[in-house]
Design a protein around this ligand. Structure first.
Ligand code: TYM
Length: 344
């Protein structure tokens, strides 16, 4: 199946997810859910990006178990590894090789604008790894190695995809020739759904994140029914009833976040959700949100647990995925090397 799809269409999706800590509702609604919906229309490649994970320190045993868990999570969510490629990034060495080449295309000034590096490095910038700084260059290599045309991600990755486009057009200007005009197509970010930026349950102005020290700030895909119910009950709100229009949510980030989560989980627009709940208080809205979140996430976490009973099978899926990924990556990298003038 995969072999015949490799050549069938020019459209191709690539997206990645880091094997660090718990996957949460933001990862699911901002990315994985969209991957599941797109996979049957466009040939898709999904990577567990372990090379990205080591840009900050990781414990070896935890990195391995997180790689198993994230693979299990995306399969349990509905990604079919028989139709799409699922692999871990470090198994395809071409990612690192193309990233080096792009390091020699990307300008320091471009990287200095990356807001995520500033957030992640924080005040201790001198102590951040070179890998964390160059992270978006590796991300560009991930996408362009497969000549991906579409990249479904959450809002926080938009700037990185714009950088990948800059790297692609700069490479094209430097190296394309008459036979290979516009060698790299410029990838399009695909940021859609009602929850492109899911916010913390404790503070509606902060992104829901794996690295938040408060576990109550996020709903993990592995949370039990009780934990989901507890976290939503405790989620920060305000004392007002839910309004009729979205503009009335301007100053109410926590209310907006919970409504967006509900809309996304129920495949509604925010307007539909508002008309369902306007005039009601959080005491009637939250129990409905709890039911919906449990109904969506509980089957995923139980399927994940089943898959994790057989990590050998998970590793086989990743190995097969890497073999298929390499079938695309190898010739692209070879072509890149020819364009640059390397003797190959
Ligand atoms: P990562 O592992 O941080 O997140 C994986 C995906 O989840 C989305 N996401 C969110 N969406 C909505 N609300 C949130 N609170 C939220 N938190 C995370 C992310 O936008 C992402 O789509 N750099 C990437 C991984 C990567 C990649 C790539 C992605 C590496 N190479 C190439 C696309 C293409 C990252 O760290 O994602």
């Amino acid at each position: 199946m995969i072999n015949s799809q490799l050549t069938k269409s020019k459209n191709r999706i690539f997206s990645g997810i880091q094997p660090t800590g718990n996957l949460h509702l933001g990862n699911y609604l901002g990315a994985i859910k969209n991957w599941v919906n797109l996979q049957s229309d466009i040939f898709s490649i999904f990577s567990i990006v372990d090379l990205h994970a080591i840009t900050v320190p990781q414990k070896p045993s935890e990195l391995k178990s997180s790689t198993h868990e994230v693979t299990a999570a995306i399969i349990a969510s509905g990604i079919d590894p028989k139709n799409s490629i699922v692999f871990n990034q470090s198994s395809v060495k071409e990612h690192a090789e193309l990233a080096w080449i792009f390091n020699c295309v990307c300008r320091i000034g471009w990287l200095n604008r990356m807001t995520q590096f500033k957030e992640k490095a924080g005040k201790n910038r001198e102590n951040a790894t070179v890998g964390l700084y160059g992270y978006p260059v590796l991300m560009a290599a991930d996408i362009l190695l497969y000549k991906a045309t579409h990249v479904p991600v959450g809002e926080d990755q938009k700037q990185h995809i714009e950088l990948a486009r800059d790297i692609a057009s700069s490479f094209n200007n430097m190296f394309s020739n008459d036979n290979d005009k516009d060698f790299f197509t410029l990838p399009e970010p695909q940021i859609f759904g009602q929850a492109t930026r899911v916010m913390s349950l404790r503070d509606g102005t902060k992104k829901m994140s794996k690295s938040d020290s408060s576990d109550a700030s996020r709903i993990n895909l592995t949370d039990t029914k009780e934990e989901i119910a507890y976290k939503i009950k405790k989620a920060k709100t305000d004392p007002y009833p839910l309004p009729e229009t979205i503009k009335d949510l301007n100053e109410r980030p926590e209310a907006l976040n919970l409504l967006n989560i509900y809309a996304s989980l129920s495949n509604q627009t925010i307007d539909q959700t508002l008309s369902q709940f306007s005039g009601k208080g959080f005491s009637s809205f939250k129990p409905e949100l709890i039911d919906l979140a449990i109904e969506t996430l509980n089957p995923i976490s139980s399927e994940m647990r089943k898959l994790l009973d057989n990590t050998a099978e998970i590793e086989k899926i990743l190995r097969d995925g890497a073999d298929n990924a390499r079938k695309i990556a190898k010739p692209v990298l070879k072509h890149v090397k020819e364009l640059i003038g390397f003797v190959i």
